[in-house]
Write a protein that binds this ligand. Sequence first.
Ligand code: NAP
Length: 471
Amino acid sequence: MTSIGIIGTGFGGIGTAAELLTHGYDDVRLWERADTVGGVWRDNTYPGAACDVPAPLYSFSFAPNDDWSRRYPGQAEILGYLRRVADQYGVTRRTRFGARVVSARWVDETWRVTFDDGTVETVDVLISAVGQLSEPSAPDVDGWETFDGTVLHAGAWDDSADLAGRRVAVVGTGASAVQIVPRLADVAAELVVLQRSANHILPKPDGGYAHWYRDFAPGERRPIDWITQQFSRGLDPDSAVATTIERLAATHLRVRVRDADLRRHLRPRHQVGCKRILFSNDYYPTLTRDDVHLVPHALTEVRSDAIRTTDGVWHAVDAICFATGFDTQDFLHGIEIVGPGGDLHDTWSAGARAHLGIHVPGFPNLFLAYGPNTNLGGGSIITMLEAQARHIRATLDRMRHRRLRRVEATPAAEQRWDDRVQHELAHSAWASCTSWYRHPETGRITSNWPGGTWAYEQVVADVHDEEFLWT
Ligand code: NAP
């Protein structure tokens, strides 16, 4: 019997566990550092948190939900769905909560997993499902520890914080910021939005599902899937899709923001698709409010009662909300992984890489869900996670049928894969600006898959014997 340990209970951990449990793997245990399942959908409780991928696609294909209230449901609804699936598939009861993995070492042909309380568990197979967006990051600016007011981060929101009637700064203008800014503007006395880069923003085709339409909503999955294929590849700047999106975003900006000066600041300077394309109907209108001020500069310094931007201006505020994203380049942050190939973090010092985004040579029986080069510029990450779960299960099936104990990708297969992926990425929009998708020192694009989800599903559908060392 193969014992399997999964780190993390977000979409990746729950989906992989469900795949294994429904295919005859009974000894599956999950470890979760928090006290409930849910991953980013448990942690990102900031006002306005919602998904920018339509729900019929942002759900497991094996657990369709015909009860979504709207096309782009909020965080609580998605979390509720995820918890139901985890309960239904027996994932919750197999999870040890409050269990933070600090290290995993390959000893005597097994993974010896150590937790922050000093306890140790041993498994034959280790699966990381910690995600790429689980460690909130904030700019390292002078003086922020001297700030007397409230400090919040979108990725680890404190629900008890009361911002009513206060002067609030939102730092950042990415996917989290465009959701949080309209909600905070409604409660704060004054809102300052610090923008380092303006983004391409499209209208969000959101709407409630009328009762009569509910039965048809799951049928939206296929057409939406087709549309998102166009977004999810690294947009070729000369493509019709790129031109269309750019024009749509420019028209959206022109229609929503009449003030020419404000509009000028909101015009993106980077190639379309280089940073994530955003969807919002209320972000631009919010920025036109008298009590909301767009500051087109980065944060540089903080003092007890104010923040300073790169133009040297101090802004008096009572609260700072960081919507500055995640530590995306330190894959498996805070977990030491030591295999026959050495320390995984040393292996990845120039940027993370993995065969199919799943296997790392030198680290037998280790599988990654949402590993390097499997993120999307658009489309549903759930499709990618399901493809990875099927691939992991198929690999384990092969081991089971042949009575094998150990599998790892060959360095040659990994190199071929990496050459191919990096070659395609070099011609994508992502190569044209800095973003969270790239390693800060080497510039290597470590996060994204260069194609659509269909292409990825195809490429990981089979387990090719010659790409692995089987023992
Ligand atoms: P993000 O996309 O990394 O955005 C961080 C923002 O902070 C950027 O605008 C960045 O500017 C800005 N920033 C960083 N340092 C700054 C400084 N010193 N001063 C001013 N601005 C600064 O993070 P995010 O918005 O949390 O989104 C991360 C990812 O999470 C998304 O790309 C998406 O994959 C996921 N997400 C998804 C949803 C959804 O609806 N599905 C919602 C939220 C997040 P630069 O652009 O110049 O770096």
